[in-house]
Design a binder for this molecule. Structure first.
Ligand code: GZL
Length: 332
């Protein structure tokens, strides 16, 4: 069978997925008979991204595109627009095109067995980027590259206990939850609650999803503030939601970082700026720049080398107690 579909047929197929399609690093051409002429040495990667919901996500996408281009790999990128069905469609189109490897950041943890078994049948390796999946099948993907979300939650809990170490009153916590059933939200929530569970004065009195989005974070925070009058801490699963929540607080005269202590995750420039302005008390980095690690692992995998099944990237913690004057620009 023709190893690759004709390029124009592929583009039509992918645009039909409703996602944005970009072909990068392409060295292909179409000969006079309409057959695609490909430099067989070009590695073709299919990348099914979650979406473009936050500055973090945009930086993550940029990192992977730049790393693939630097290695002269052809990257077929599809924006899943926050929908699992779009990502599944994208993976099926990558299989049809017979890419060399598939990268996917699964928007949610479950529901991937069918399509990943199709990739396995097509002998196309899959690498999970950024987000993980929950499955009983151990051979659905070759590796996971991303942050340890449970550890991020623990770091948030450790800051909280240090911040309130010399007080004895109850501490009422509102949790702004990320995308429901996503591995970062699940891990950040679990790690945080594990860390504070032995100290009954720390109470998570409400937890609502803002879906990792600025607009929803603001909307949910408005609702929380109208329902609960005694919130001491906001634990937010990402900076985009936090920035929306800060707007909601200031609308009603609440001083963020003072009246309500704020702990946030991602490490976007705007969150660091809010930390410097004392509107936020702790920022936990979630490093989005995974591209080089992912592309390096993919090359090793395609060369038949053994690769680790899990690669956690390092994350830093920035607090109100740190000297932030020498911090370089975050780049996202
Ligand atoms: C975490 C990533 C999360 C970010 C959010 O690795 O999946 O998704 O924390 C993004 O900003 O929406």
């Amino acid at each position: 069978m023709q190893k690759r579909l004709y390029l124009h047929r592929l583009i039509g197929l992918l645009i039909g997925c409703g996602g944005l399609f970009l072909l990068q690093g392409c060295e292909s051409g179409i000969d006079r008979q309409g057959n695609e002429v490909k430099d067989e040495r070009t590695i073709v990667l299919g990348f099914a991204q979650v979406g473009a919901e936050s500055s973090w996500r945009l930086a993550n996408t940029k990192s992977i595109k730049e790393a693939a281009t630097a290695e002269s790999m052809q990257l077929m990128y599809i924006n899943g627009e926050q929908k699992q069905e779009n990502q599944i469609k994208a993976i099926r189109s990558f299989i049809a095109y017979q890419v060399d490897a598939i990268l996917v950041s699964p928007v949610v943890e479950t529901g991937w067995e069918n399509v990943l078994n199709e990739a396995k049948l097509a002998k196309i390796p899959v690498i999970l980027t950024d987000r993980a999946i929950k499955t009983n099948q151990s051979d659905l993907y070759a590796a996971f590259v991303g942050s340890d979300f449970n550890k991020e939650g623990r770091m948030a809990g450790e800051f909280l206990m240090k911040k309130f170490a010399y007080e004895s009153d109850d501490v009422n916590i509102a949790e702004l939850y990320g995308t429901v059933n996503s591995s970062p939200a699940e891990g950040r929530s679990r790690g945080f609650k594990e860390t504070i569970k032995d100290n009954p004065r720390f109470k998570v009195i409400c937890s609502q999803s803002g879906d990792f989005m600025h607009s929803k974070g603001k909307e949910v925070m408005r609702s929380i503030l109208s329902t609960y009058k005694d919130i001491d801490v906001l634990y937010s699963h990402n900076d985009s939601m936090t920035l929306g929540a800060i707007e909601a607080m200031e609308e009603v005269g609440i001083i963020p970082g003072k009246d309500i202590i704020i702990i946030t995750i991602d490490g976007e420039q705007k969150a660091i700026d809010a930390l410097k302005d004392r509107k936020v008390n702790c920022v936990i980095e979630c490093n989005p720049k995974l591209g080089d690690t992912i592309v390096d692992l993919t090359k090793k995998l395609l060369n038949g080398e053994n690769i680790p099944s899990t690669v956690f990237v390092d994350d830093e913690v920035f607090t109100e107690w740190d000297d932030l004057s020498t911090l370089p620009p975050r780049g996202y």
